[in-house]
Design a protein around this ligand. Structure first.
Ligand code: HSE
Length: 400
């Protein structure tokens, strides 16, 4: 029997407890031993839970229990998660987390602490919810040099876009529904301002390119400035708008990494990803494009990935999984101004001035508004041109 502790009994934590209970026999076959939930840490009371006798409000019950070999951290945030996870690893307990903020901020250090203490630190659920992506990237695709990773990494914003477009639902109602369904972050600003997607592309970039990419060094723009009118104009021009996390190397070898709304051609494989689904495209130099698709948020999809990591830890109690990256430096990140892109630009009137600034653009005028689809420019140049115009919207066009 292998004793497991779960820190946090929210959406994901309760899903982990549920899967460990309902899939007990299946998991026994996978591990060769029973996975036993010994403690659940939460400040709230759950008197009606069938596991009511396992709840504790005291972290010391977990850290001091030598029988606990695997700890699941699904509290979210970094305080106290960072401290608790570090202490568990230092005590030689393996840790599994779905906490992208924790991994994006402290992943390098925690992987190092895990290594020093012969423990594992796994985080499959931190990116893409139920989609396998961390393990494929670190194992199945390891023979490749990664040329680019681009993805729809936030289920909530994708769900909101879908509800706005297909059901004419307004932004606030769509967000409320995403929260009710357990997709959104505790503070939904993290979803709609792009921070959640930023953390996820940082984790993927760190893994794929071998150096820690910190969220504060990544250009991040959310979806709040995208209007329903933009979505409709884009559609008439053959595009859909998605929040995309994207990372690739530029010509100087720096990482061109960003999170922002992008117009994608309807032919692009990521354009067809709707609802709470995520899609992640990895361009490997040997494989070409490989695409991962599935539910990127929600209780059981995310818990499924957590439990898979618990199984992996349980099967490797004496061996270490080699997941690693070294310290990163903001000098490795290209300025967002050096990234090259075509743009969707919406202005009032017939767009004469805009067309002078962006000659040879494709133009559409409707209801006294003009939309330009420009040629490609360096973003720094685009910014300068936009400063001299009265622009209603400006959105990058993805070349994926
Ligand atoms: N709020 C996140 C999302 C949850 O909507 O994708 C999964 O990380």
């Amino acid at each position: 029997m292998i004793s497991v502790a779960i820190m946090g009994h929210g959406t994901v934590g309760s899903g982990v407890a549920e899967i460990l209970t309902t899939h007990k026999h299946k998991l026994f076959s996978a591990v060769g031993e029973e996975l036993y939930i010994k403690h659940i840490l939460d400040l709230r009371d759950f008197p009606d839970s069938p596991l009511a006798d396992r709840f504790t409000k005291n972290f010391e019950d977990i850290i001091n229990d030598i029988e606990v070999r695997v700890v699941v951290e699904v509290m979210g945030g970094t305080n106290p998660a960072y401290d608790f996870v570090k202490r568990c690893l230092m005590a030689g307990k393996s840790v599994v987390t779905s906490n992208k903020e924790l991994v994006a901020k402290h992943g390098r250090e925690l992987l190092e602490v895990a290594k020093e203490n012969n423990a594992n630190f796994l985080f499959e659920a931190s990116v893409g919810g139920g989609i396998p992506i961390i393990r494929p990237l670190s194992q199945c695709l390891v023979a490749n040099e990664v040329d680019e990773i681009a993805g729809i990494l936030n289920g909530t914003t994708n769900f909101i876009f879908g509800k706005m477009i297909n059901d004419n639902m307004d932004f606030a109602d769509a967000l409320k529904l995403a929260q009710d369904l357990g997709y959104a972050e505790r503070n939904p600003e993290a979803d709609i301002e792009g921070h959640d997607a930023c953390r996820k592309i940082c984790i993927l970039a760190s893994l794929a390119f071998g150096k820690h990419v910190y969220p504060e060094s990544v250009y991040t723009e959310g979806i709040t400035k995208v209007s329903l009118e933009d979505v409709k104009f884009a559609s008439k021009l053959g595009y859909v708008i998605k929040l995309i996390g994207d990372v690739k190397r530029d010509k100087e070898g720096k990482l061109d990494i960003k999170v922002c709304p992008m117009l994608l051609s309807k032919d692009c494989i990521l354009a067809g990803i709707n609802d709470v689904f995520n899609g992640i495209m990895v361009k490997g130099d040997c494989t070409g494009d490989v695409v991962f698709y599935g539910k990127g948020a929600g209780k059981l999809p995310t818990a499924s990935a957590v439990v898979a990591d618990v199984v992996d830890c349980a099967k490797h109690l004496k061996a270490r999984k080699r997941i690693f990256w070294t310290e990163g430096n903001s000098k490795d990140i290209a300025s967002y101004k050096d990234s090259v892109t075509a743009m969707y630009i919406k202005v009032a009137g017939n767009g004469e001035e805009a067309l002078k600034a962006f000659p040879n653009s494709k133009v559409m005028t409707e209801d006294n508004k003009t939309v330009l689809i420009t040629k490609e420019y360096r973003f720094g140049e685009i910014e300068e041109k936009l400063n001299s115009l009265q622009v209603l919207s400006a959105i990058r066009i993805g070349n994926l």
